[in-house]
Design a binder for this molecule. Structure first.
Ligand SMILES: CC(C)(COP(=O)(O)OP(=O)(O)OC[C@H]1O[C@@H](n2cnc3c(N)ncnc32)[C@H](O)[C@@H]1OP(=O)(O)O)[C@@H](O)C(=O)NCCC(=O)NCCS
Ligand SMILES: CC(=O)OP(=O)(O)O
Length: 326
């Protein structure tokens, strides 16, 4: 069965509530209306009712089943409860005055709805850059037990081909420990999407063909990931051709259980990860679904600002499916 059909089946009837802070953005309103009409999630879109309705009218979208919530007119008692919860969560980090200021930002408001259990997940980032979208989740929702860092993966798919690329969104220059954790998180994400993971730790070097600090970091991360998850197929350091092309894998990394057959690609830092996924998407014709945040206590999903309405719809389905696991 198609990936999204099977996820849609999983969430149907589960009434997962997903909050969309960017409620006046047409791609968001269109996707929320479709998700409600298809009975997949209960969307909450944030924004002034008249503005959301105007966007829906322009799109000819039906808002039946979509809750519109305007933070500006949120009841005073509920706002105070939210503020108290945020002040408590950010104790020692932010003052009450700073917390009140944070709640004027729709991404903090939406994240608090998730933190307080009033929504099961959040999807944002069609308009906001990644940092502004995910910082509230990093500060408030935080990592789940066993995770130390949050990272961002993409499911890349074209026809029957399906791969995981990570980290393409969050950790700018991960150290070896973080890279090892990204590898095990990404293997877990692969399993959620019915991919039997074979994880390649990517570099510009294969098995010592080049030297230097960048290569040593990937080698150390590979060893750490293998220790963290001895049952997983993880190997490195591998160049992309050695990881992906059987003949090249045999030539450059003979005996590797991953080389030539990798389907989970862990990039050494964010420049290569973010550039790599966009090249596969824009030149290679792969659909890029994500970034899916890995390691968070509750699901919050970022979008690329280049996301289409269809991307928003699909990321919301993934977020709701993650909510069932949380
Ligand atoms: C994610 C990002 C915004 C965090 O940056 P930041 O807010 O300056 O980070 P800070 O170091 O000030 O950390 C803010 C909080 O988040 C936490 N945090 C930061 N990165 C984290 C991570 N990867 N995992 C878990 N928590 C993290 C910090 O511990 C801190 O928590 P605290 O306030 O409770 O102490 C930053 O790493 C970034 O810009 N990444 C690249 C985003 C991007 O542009 N991607 C490309 C497009 S997708
Ligand atoms: C994931 C990503 O690259 O996001 P954006 O295009 O919004 O920067």
């Amino acid at each position: 069965m198609d990936l999204f059909a099977s996820l849609a089946q999983k969430i149907t009837g589960k009434n997962q509530t997903i909050v969309f802070p960017e409620g006046t953005e047409p791609r968001i309103v269109g996707a929320a209306a479709r998700l409600a009409a298809d009975g997949l999630v209960k969307p909450i879109v944030l924004g002034p009712l008249d503005k959301v309705q105007a966007v829906a009218a322009d799109l000819n979208a039906d808002l039946t089943g979509v809750q519109v919530l305007d933070p500006a007119t949120y009841p005073a008692a509920d706002k105070q409860t939210m503020l108290d919860a945020l002040v408590d969560r950010r104790k020692g980090k932010n003052t009450p005055e700073q917390a009140a200021e944070m709640l004027t930002d729709e991404n903090y408001f939406g994240t608090m709805l998730v933190y307080m259990g009033k929504a099961d997940g959040m999807v944002s980032g069609a308009v906001h850059p990644t940092g502004d979208t995910v910082r509230p989740a990093l500060q408030i929702i935080k990592t789940k037990p066993g995770s130390h860092r949050i990272s961002g993966a993409f499911i890349m798919q074209k026809g029957d081909e399906r791969y995981v690329f990570a980290d393409c969104a969050i950790n700018i220059d991960p150290d070896a420990d973080t890279l090892a954790e990204i590898a095990t998180q990404s293997a877990h994400t692969a399993k959620v999407f019915d991919i039997d993971p074979r994880v390649a730790m990517l570099s510009f070097s294969t098995k010592g063909s080049a030297k230097g600090d960048m290569v040593s970091k990937v080698q150390a991360a590979t060893e750490k990931a293998q220790v963290m998850a001895p049952d997983l197929a993880i190997d490195g350091e591998l160049q992309f051709d050695a990881a992906f092309v059987e003949k090249v894998g045999l030539q450059k990394a003979p005996g590797s259980a991953v080389a030539g057959h990798a389907n989970v690609f862990v990039f050494p830092e964010l420049q290569s990860g973010n550039i790599g996924y966009k090249i596969a998407q824009r030149l290679g014709g792969f659909e890029a679904v994500g970034p899916i945040l890995q390691g968070l206590n509750k699901p919050v999903s970022d979008l690329s600002r280049g996301a289409s309405e269809e991307d928003v719809y699909k990321v919301a389905i993934i977020t709701a499916a993650q909510g069932l696991e949380a």
